[in-house]
Design a protein around this ligand. Structure first.
Ligand code: B12
Length: 318
């Protein structure tokens, strides 16, 4: 498969044909809505726009957008990426066409990842070396290449699980968990912004149960939804039960997804205590912290990222 990041932008003759937003979106692998947002919010759009005519992008415009896309994917905030993309240089004066050299991750212990692909081993190595820049790069490239669901299932989650095993075996490496978690969350956050998703009429709420700090799977859900154009509301770790109740009453959501990672971390009373709203929401419970019991009607246990996204899609009427 060809990687979007390696995809050369085919040059157009200087005064030659220009492309429509749809054609540029296809060429760069970015949603047309994202291109319109970059134009509206950050002024990175077609340089000439005749009134009444459709926007058309020249080869220079497309090269600028490609720089913007790369910067956003490597974790630079869109407003800053736009400034660098316009200037063609980052604040250190490096050309933004050329990705900045990343130091090789070295050292650190090897994690147990038998038979893992090079990207997975690379991410594990970078995380162990606390090389957060390299973690960013690998995660951003993997999202770009595989999309959120595959990147999470085949690259990010295996490294997280291996780090957890190392911690439980040795009591060491929690700093690595912190560093990798921050990188995963930051890259998924940039990804979500770059997708410029829209909020559905009835909200999708993603929250961790009280006491639960493990929120990354919710970021993965939000990233996969953003890729499909849907903006979810992530309420993050450790949401108190009364706050959850207030949010539900206020928003009357279509979906409430509650994550519980720690074993015995949650009993089902938090679900039973949710305020009644009409139409009734779809309630999803995810994570190994939920007990193996029969859940009430309208409540589903979800075991994978893909299944979560599919169920949310059905609740929203896809
Ligand atoms: C990152 C991490 C942290 C970060 C969290 C940062 C953040 N922003 O989320 C920090 C450093 C804060 C942290 C803290 C702690 N952590 Co921690 N942490 C992890 C780690 C490495 C990944 C967590 C994660 O995202 N898991 C999600 C996926 C990757 O893993 P999984 O749940 O096992 O995946 C299974 C299913 O959930 C499913 N799945 C995978 N992805 C998805 C996605 C979706 C949407 C769905 C529905 C399903 C699904 O498939 C897998 C196979 O069944 C795990 C290791 C692990 N295996 O999870 C430990 C782990 C959860 N932590 C653990 C512990 C003990 C702690 C601490 C108590 C102590 C510590 N290590 O510092 C604290 C307490 C936090 C608290 N009170 O909540 C233990 C829990 C052990 C247990 N079972 O009792 C684990 C399992 C490590 C281990 N092997 O011992 N942690």
């Amino acid at each position: 498969m060809r990687r979007v990041s390696d995809r050369a932008v085919e040059p157009l003759p200087a005064n030659g044909p220009s492309l429509t937003v749809a054609a540029v979106a296809r060429q760069l692998g970015v949603a047309p809505a994202t291109l319109r947002t970059w134009d509206r919010r950050y002024g990175v759009g077609p340089s000439s726009h005749e009134p009444g005519a459709h926007r058309r992008y020249s080869s220079d415009d497309i090269a600028r957008l490609e720089r913007m896309r790369r910067l956003v994917m490597s974790g630079v905030a869109p407003a800053e990426a736009a400034r660098w993309a316009q200037a063609g240089r980052d604040p250190e004066g490096r050309e933004t066409d050329v990705p900045a050299p990343t130091p090789r991750a070295g050292g650190g212990n090897v994690l147990a990842l038998p038979g893992a692909r090079a990207e997975v081993r690379g991410l594990a190595r970078a995380a162990q070396a606390l090389d957060t820049q390299e973690c960013h790069r690998i995660i951003a490239d993997s999202l770009d290449e595989h999309g959120v669901i595959d990147a999470w299932d085949t690259i990010v989650a295996p490294v997280l699980v291996a780090l957890g095993e190392k911690w439980s075996g040795t009591g060491r490496g929690v700093e690595t968990e912190h560093a990798l978690s921050a990188a995963v969350q930051e890259v998924l956050g940039s990804w979500i912004q770059a997708c410029a998703p829209s909020a559905p009429v009835r909200a999708v709420i993603l929250a961790c149960v009280p006491g639960e700090q493990h929120a990354l799977p919710l970021w993965a859900v939000a990233g996969a939804l953003a890729e499909r154009g849907v903006a979810a509301r992530i309420l993050g770790p450790d949401l108190p039960e009364d706050a959850l109740g207030r949010v539900v009453t206020r928003l009357g959501p279509a979906v409430i997804m509650l994550w519980s990672q720690m074993p015995g971390g949650s009993d089902t009373s938090i679900i039973d205590n949710l305020p009644v709203t009409r139409p009734a929401p779809t309630v999803l419970v995810g994570g190994p912290g939920w007990p193996d019991v029969a859940y009430n009607r309208g409540v589903s246990r979800t075991l994978t990222l893909k299944d979560s996204v599919d169920r949310i899609g059905r609740a929203l009427g896809w």
